[in-house]
Ligand binder design. Structure first.
Ligand code: NAD
Length: 328
C-alpha cells in the first residue's frame, strides 16, 4: 500500500512514519507542498492521500484522484470546509477528518479569557522595557463575571466544565441543549447572552447560520467593556464591526486565535512579505486585542491524534473497511 501525505509539518514526520509502519504501509510519500493539480503526480499509485486543511479538495481534484485509482482522502484537521464532500461521494472516494480531545482548545480559551481580563499583553510589553508601572493595568475577577458560551459541542462543553471551577455565572447557547451542560450553566437565548455577559466566547462551526454572527447588531446589544473570545473560526465575526467596537471603546477586549482569510498567513513565516490583510494588521496593534496564529489545537496530544486518524483511516479505506471519523 502506498500513501501520499501533503502539507506535512516537521513535527508530524516521525509520528507519520510510526503510524504508517503500524498500518502496514509499504511506501509513504511525505511533502510539505499543498495538494493541487500541479502536485497530484506525487500520489501516482497511492491508494490514499492526506492533507492538513489548506489544500482545496474540489471537484477537479476529486475527479483526478478517482482517475488515478485513489480510494481514500483524509484531512488531518477537524474542520472540512475545504473539501467538496458531494464530489468525493460522486467519485467514490471515502473521506475522513480528524478527531482529537477538546481539552487543548478549551484550556487555551480559558487562558485567552484570563489574559484579556488581567491585561497581560500590555503588562508583558512593559516588563520588556523595564516599565514596572501599574497604571492602566487594573484587571477584573472571573468569579464576579457572567460568561456566555455560544456553541456547547465538544469544545464549548469542556470550556464550561473548566470555567465551573472559577465560580463565575455561566450562560450557554446552542441550537441543541445538553443535559450535562445544564449542571454547570443555564441555556439562554442569544439576546440574553449579548445583554448579560461580561465575556462571550464562540464555539460553533462555520455555517451559513453562523457566518458573521458577531456583527454590529450583536455588538450593539452587548454590555460596555464586553470581552470577546474567538477560538473557533474567524468568519464567525464581522471584523469591521469588531474594529468599530474597539475604536468606540464599547468592546473592552478581544482575544482571537482565528481570523477571516487567515489561510496562507497563519502557520507560515511571512515576516519579510507584504501581507494584504489590513484588518489583521490594524486590530493587532490595540493594547486590548490579543491575536494568536490558530494554535489553540496545537498540543502534542492533538498532533498525535491528527496524524493517527489521517493514516489509520486511509489504511482502513484501502482495505475496504470503515473508520470511526469517516465523513463520506
Ligand atoms: P462541535 O461540532 O462538537 O460543536 C459545535 C456546536 O455548535 C454544536 O453543539 C452545535 O449544535 C452548535 N451550533 C451549530 N450551529 C449553531 C448555531 N447557529 N447557534 C448555536 N450553536 C450552534 O464542534 P467543536 O469540536 O466543539 O468545535 C467548535 C469550533 O471550534 C469549530 O468552529 C471548530 O472549527 C473550532 N476549532 C478551532 C480550533 C483551534 O485551533 N482554534 C481547533 C478545533 C476546533
Amino acid at each position: 500500500m502506498k500513501l501520499t501525505a501533503y502539507e506535512v509539518r516537521k513535527d508530524e514526520e516521525n509520528k507519520m512514519r510510526r503510524y504508517a509502519e503500524k498500518c502496514g504501509v509499504e511506501e509513504l510519500v511525505m511533502t510539505e507542498l499543498l495538494l493541487t493539480e500541479e502536485t497530484l503526480d506525487l500520489a501516482e499509485g497511492a491508494s490514499g492521500v492526506t492533507t492538513l486543511g489548506q489544500s482545496v479538495i474540489n471537484e477537479t481534484i476529486c475527479r483526478k484522484l478517482h482517475e488515478m485509482g485513489v480510494k481514500g482522502y483524509s484531512t488531518r484537521s477537524v474542520g472540512y470546509n475545504h473539501v467538496d464532500l458531494e464530489a468525493a461521494k460522486r467519485y467514490g472516494i471515502r473521506v475522513s477528518n480528524a478527531s482529537y480531545s477538546p481539552h487543548g482548545v478549551a484550556e487555551y480559551t480559558v487562558m485567552m479569557m484570563l489574559m484579556s481580563l488581567r491585561k497581560y499583553k500590555p503588562a508583558l510589553y512593559r516588563i520588556n522595557v523595564n516599565d514596572y508601572s501599574l497604571d492602566g493595568l487594573v484587571g477584573g475577577e472571573l468569579c464576579q463575571m457572567t460568561v456566555g458560551i455560544i456553541g456547547t459541542g465538544k469544545i464549548g462543553e469542556t470550556v464550561i466544565r473548566n470555567l465551573s471551577g472559577f465560580g463565575c455565572r455561566i450562560f450557554a447557547h446552542d441550537i441543541y441543549e445538553k443535559e450535562e451542560v445544564k449542571k454547570y450553566a443555564s441555556y439562554q437565548d442569544l439576546d440574553t447572552i449579548y445583554r448579560e455577559c461580561d465575556i462571550i466566547s464562540l464555539h460553533t462551526p462555520l455555517m451559513d447560520s453562523t457566518y458573521h454572527m458577531i456583527n454590529s447588531d450583536a455588538i450593539e446589544k452587548m454590555k460596555k467593556n464586553v470581552i470577546l473570545v474567538n477560538c473557533a473560526r474567524g468568519e464567525l465575526m464581522d471584523i469591521e464591526s469588531v474594529i468599530r467596537g474597539v475604536e468606540d471603546e464599547k468592546i473592552g477586549a478581544v482575544a482571537l486565535d482565528v481570523f477571516e482569510n487567515e489561510n496562507g498567513i497563519y502557520h507560515h513565516d511571512r515576516k519579510t512579505d507584504i501581507i494584504k490583510n489590513r484588518e489583521m494588521a490594524y486590530l493587532r496593534q490595540f493594547p486590548n486585542v490579543i491575536m494568536t496564529q490558530h494554535m489553540a489545537f496545537y498540543t502534542r496530544q492533538a498532533v498525535d491524534s491528527m496524524v493517527k486518524c489521517g493514516i489509520e483511516s486511509l489504511a482502513a479505506f484501502a482495505g475496504d473497511k470503515d473508520y470511526f471519523c469517516r465523513l463520506v
